[in-house]
Design a protein around this ligand. Structure first.
Ligand code: ZN
Length: 485
């Protein structure tokens, strides 16, 4: 196959084995490869056979007949244990629509370079170092340099020692040291001086001996606000980069190693980065003013008044909510159906097994709509506090692949109604559904309520308040930073 382009990324043969298992395919018209694409969810079928060579480009459509699986042909070609798996894979064919690939290495089925990158370099699990190395405001060259430094992939003693007997001396210090990565970037005389200056200014000790320890110390330090977080995140990367530039210009460029220059360049890089990340703040030029300014930064808070509103006459309003103990973990859902006077018609609280928060939101809505359909409530406004769920139902964005079938089922149910609309609403406006969802964790079975007298106490209280139209207040710390005084 050589290489193929999926999600705009060329997948070469050497990386194929690490990337392709994380791509699953949805069959629309059968354009993906029958033997080599993971459309069944079990990896390529070719891995289960020994007679399929890598140049076999037979597509799935080849195995279809009149919109169904061509059973005779499948039985002839596919190993028997796989036949029922294929035949039970229900088809939703769409003429002319190419099959779609889904990226399953991260939660959203949207492909991202960093998740692909993670796979190519065969990293299992996410360490703080790998997650923090890459950041949109940090120039790629800096992150990439540090990535190589951590892996000892720089032309220092660690590399050349294999070829030459004598390790080279460093170019950074006046007192002789060795041209090693930890010396240049962490514990050499020159590097220690630089680190001490910056570490002291923010109250972090500089007593680390290796690059990894140094990074984990800085990146593990607590921050008060996103500005400090960004600062603690970027300073080690920028500092290492400048220490390295200094070493290289001293070693190859005929420049003298200079503490003043390196300090100046680090400060300049940091200030530039803060300007880019927070362009609306007035950044002081002086280093110590800058540190104090960052301490004083606070997040802005917005307060919104929210309340639950009755639906128009003849229309019923269904509020549902999901709850997850951990994400992912034990999940449950709750919901309440009310008429145009705010009177309760039905409410439920349902445990939903193990899964993600998004799954809980989806299944809770599904349960609510299902009940409405079954009991003849045909005009429904569904209100949920999950923006995502609202977007998925209204086709504004694509659900993650794990949830797709549930969303499809939800939409199928909603189509049986005469009127259906999905709205997003802040959770503060409908505490009742929230309480019912949380209550699901105390039970192994669904609980259903038909009058408000049956509701659990907290849910009943909040139901009565909502019926009276009492407002709630939503306080939200937002990402935007207030200009410090
Ligand atoms: Zn040195």
């Amino acid at each position: 196959m050589g290489h193929r382009t999926i999600f705009g990324l060329e997948i070469h043969d050497e990386n194929k084995t690490s990337i392709e298992p994380h791509i699953t395919w949805r069959i629309n018209s059968g354009t993906c490869l029958f033997w080599w694409d993971n459309w069944l969810g079990e990896g390529p079928l070719a891995h289960h056979c020994d007679h399929i060579n890598s140049l076999n480009n037979t597509t799935v459509s080849h195995f279809l007949l009149n919109g169904q699986w061509n059973e005779t042909m499948i039985r002839q070609r596919v190993p028997p244990p796989l036949v029922p798996r294929i035949l039970s894979n229900s088809l939703h064919l769409q003429e002319g629509v190419p099959d779609e690939a889904f990226w399953t290495a991260n939660d959203s089925s949207v492909f991202s370079c960093s998740s692909a990158w993670n796979l190519i370099r065969k990293k299992k699990g996410k360490s703080i170092i790998n997650t923090w190395l890459w950041h949109k405001h940090i120039p790629f060259k800096m992150s990439f340099f540090l990535w190589r430094a951590i892996r000892r992939k720089l032309p220092t003693n660690e590399r050349i020692i294999n070829f030459r007997a004598e390790p080279a001396n460093c170019s950074c210090c006046s007192r002789p040291g060795l041209d090693d990565i930890d010396h240049i970037l962490v514990n050499g005389n020159f590097a220690s001086f630089i680190w001490n200056f910056f570490a002291t200014s923010v109250g972090i000790p500089h007593n680390q001996n290796t690059l990894r320890n140094l990074l984990t110390t800085w990146w593990g330090t607590e921050h008060r606000n996103v500005v400090q977080k960004q600062f603690l995140h970027s300073l080690p990367i920028i500092t290492c980069w400048n220490l390295w530039k200094n070493r290289c210009s001293a070693k190859y460029g005929g420049k003298k190693s200079s503490i003043i220059r390196v300090k100046f360049l680090i400060q300049k890089d940091i200030i530039m980065l803060l300007h880019i990340a927070f362009p609306y703040l007035q950044w002081p030029e002086d280093w110590h003013d800058l540190i104090n300014y960052m301490e004083a930064c606070k997040h802005e808070i917005t307060i919104t008044q929210v309340n639950w509103k009755t639906p128009p006459t003849d229309i019923f309003k269904l509020n549902t909510d999901g709850s997850a103990m951990n994400n992912p973990g034990k999940i449950g859902g709750g919901g309440i159906l009310r008429d145009h006077q705010g009177n309760m018609i039905y409410a439920f609280s349902i445990p939903l097994g193990i899964g993600s928060n998004n799954l809980a939101e989806t299944l809770a809505a599904q349960q609510g709509i299902y009940w409405c359909v079954q009991h003849g409530f045909k005009k429904i406004i569904l209100e949920v506090d999950s923006k995502l769920l609202n977007n998925w139902i209204s086709y504004k964005s694509k659900p993650p692949w794990q949830i797709q079938q549930h969303i499809r089922e939800l939409i199928r149910l909603a189509r049986q109604l005469e009127f259906f609309e999905c709205r997003h609403i802040f959770r503060e406006a409908y505490n009742t559904a929230d309480f019912l969802a949380k209550g699901s964790h105390n039970s192994d079975i669904i609980r259903q309520y038909y009058t408000h007298h049956q509701l659990p106490t907290v849910a009943k209280g909040s139901y009565l308040l909502e019926r009276m139209g009492v407002s709630n207040f939503r306080r939200k710390k937002i990402k935007r930073i207030k200009q410090p005084p």
